[in-house]
Design a protein around this ligand. Structure first.
Ligand SMILES: Cc1ncc(COP(=O)(O)O)c(C=O)c1O
Length: 372
């Protein structure tokens, strides 16, 4: 059996020789590599989840609500309360993580013979989901400081006429937010070129100094805002992502979603978490201040830091980022090497985890200064 490999199978050509998405899941004392929230869910919420799951378990002989109406209604209320723009159930769609939301969007608006553009370095799954859905991928440019090179981006959109434009704000792995004027300019460029769909991935928006771009949905039916409960809500294990857009976009993703894609357990767990929004968002404030502390300390140690609006920070520069990653790991701290030459990424953890990280990189700096 083991002598048969992927490439020996009649697998699609574009999957040959490729590797799956793989942030290392290593068992080390301090794990700051996947932008998770370090705080476990508060006990009253765990109790509430248990209660709602017990109730839902009695109905598991039936399929769940295919359209997740109660959950979408509550997500719409959350967005309306925090996003500065009224959103109704008809504007919201939910799926198993924002990765699935993005997959459904690409199934509906991308696909064979179509293309999507992203401005890299950015969230690597956009390109991978494009590949998985048979959508051609175009790698758009960024400036040296990791902001989007607007003139070059507009040119790429005008020339290549992609069907889907991805804008990640705050961007992963660099951490910086995209100015609303840049998003608007790219939207205009995309409308003039095709018109195409513009997906704004706001996975980290709750950690941002700035506001959500939700109000931009007004009068822009080709704009989609994608969100997740994996980060600010501290519920990465739940797998719940959602989008806000014109109701026609919600109708379009329903053409490609699998029936009953969101299990009854997922729906009630997410509903329970939404009942505790205020408590969960208090952790966001703590993480933001830890993020700012990390930025200050990293700079004081002598590292370069990219401006961060997220719960993680890109820091450098290293002659060999992978070697630096390994040396930090040797000191018991797992950070992320996203393959951006010279840079690594660290997620803001608990104060104790962040102290351990700072000790490790202080030590590394000393070692580098002694050897160089
Ligand atoms: C920019 C961005 N979008 C989406 C996701 C996926 O999140 P989810 O857990 O909702 O699938 C991530 C996860 O790291 C991310 O960084």
């Amino acid at each position: 059996m083991s002598d048969v490999r992927i490439d020996d199978l009649p697998v699609r050509d574009e999957l040959r020789g490729k590797s799956p998405y793989g942030a290392p899941q290593l068992d080390v004392p301090v794990r700051l590599n996947t932008n998770e929230n370090p705080y476990p869910l508060p006990e009253p919420l765990v109790e509430r989840i248990t209660e709602r799951v017990r109730e839902a378990a009695r109905g598991l002989n039936r399929y769940p609500d295919r359209d997740a109406v109660e959950l979408r209604t509550e997500l719409a209320k959350y967005l309306t309360k925090t996003g500065g723009h009224p959103v109704g159930v008809e504007n919201v769609w939910a799926a198993n993580g924002s990765n699935e939301v993005i997959q459904q969007l690409l199934q509906a608006f991308g696909g064979p013979g179509r293309t999507a553009i992203g401005f890299e370095p950015s969230y690597s799954m956009h390109a991978l989901i494009a590949r998985g859905t048979g959508t051609g991928w175009i790698s758009g440019p960024r400036n040296e400081d990791f902001t989007i090179d607007l003139a070059a981006a507009e040119k790429a959109i005008a020339e290549r006429k992609p069907d889907v434009v991805f804008i990640t704000t705050p961007n992963n792995p660099t951490g910086n937010a995209v100015a609303p004027e840049t998003v608007l300019a790219l939207y205009e460029a995309a409308q003039a070129a095709k018109p195409s769909m513009v997906i704004v991935d706001e996975a980290y928006i709750e950690f941002s100094h700035g506001a959500s771009l939700l109000p931009l949905l007004q009068g822009r039916p080709h704009l989609v805002i994608s969100r997740t409960m994996s980060k600010a809500f501290g519920a990465a294990g739940l797998r719940l992502g959602y989008l806000a857009a014109h109701p026609a976009v919600v109708d379009a993703v329903q053409l490609v979603r699998l029936p009953y894609h969101l299990s009854a357990i997922t729906q009630v767990t997410a509903l329970a978490a939404l009942e505790h929004t205020d408590t969960l968002l208090k952790y966001v404030e703590q993480l933001k201040s830890e993020r700012d502390r990390l930025v200050g300390e990293l700079r004081a140690i002598g590292y370069d830091v990219t401006e961060s609006d997220a719960n993680f920070i890109q820091f450098g520069r290293f002659a060999d980022a992978h070697e630096a990653w390994r040396k930090i790991l040797d000191r018991g701290v797992l950070v992320r090497d996203n393959g951006v030459p010279g840079w690594l990424r660290v997620t803001a953890g608990t104060p104790a985890e962040n102290d351990a990280f700072l000790d490790a990189v202080r030590d590394l700096k000393k070692e580098q200064e002694q050897s160089g």
